[in-house]
Design a protein around this ligand. Structure first.
Ligand SMILES: [Cu+2]
Length: 133
């Protein structure tokens, strides 16, 4: 009987510790990985289109698989509201972002000279919230 109580307490403590870890892990919402790189015919972000729902909490994990600095932003008037961040070659950076409440289509791009023109842009599609469960 004593042994069972001890086991129950141990399991409860383990469950509490585990749930605390889980909370930390989901802090920034869903993770979306974006890879920036130079290509044979230009520069790119991969994927080229990202779809999220209005109001979604997102953590972008931007990896620079290229050989020069790249950046990630969508901060001009009417854009998605993602502050500029620079990612050095071989590194990755995380950006937390909450999708707008209104659906829309927004460009995200690298604003270093010539990069956007070379193809370093992706489209962020914000779709209406699917509240039907
Ligand atoms: Cu770039």
């Amino acid at each position: 009987m004593k042994k069972l109580t001890f086991l129950a307490v141990t399991l409860t403590v383990a469950a509490l510790a585990f749930s605390a870890c889980s909370l930390t892990a989901v802090g920034g919402g869903q993770e979306i990985t974006v890879t920036a790189r130079e290509t044979d015919d230009g520069m790119s972000f991969e994927p080229a289109v990202i779809t999220v729902e209005a109001g979604d909490e997102v953590t972008f994990v931007i990896k620079n698989a290229g050989t020069v600095d790249h950046e990630f932003e969508s901060i001009a008037e009417g854009e998605a509201g993602i502050e500029e961040i620079i990612i050095p070659p071989g590194r990755s950076r995380r950006v937390n972002w909450t999708a707008p409440d209104e659906p829309g289509s927004f460009p995200v791009y690298c604003d270093l000279p010539g990069h956007r023109a070379a193809g370093m842009e992706l489209t962020l599609e914000v779709t209406p919230r699917d509240d039907a469960e």
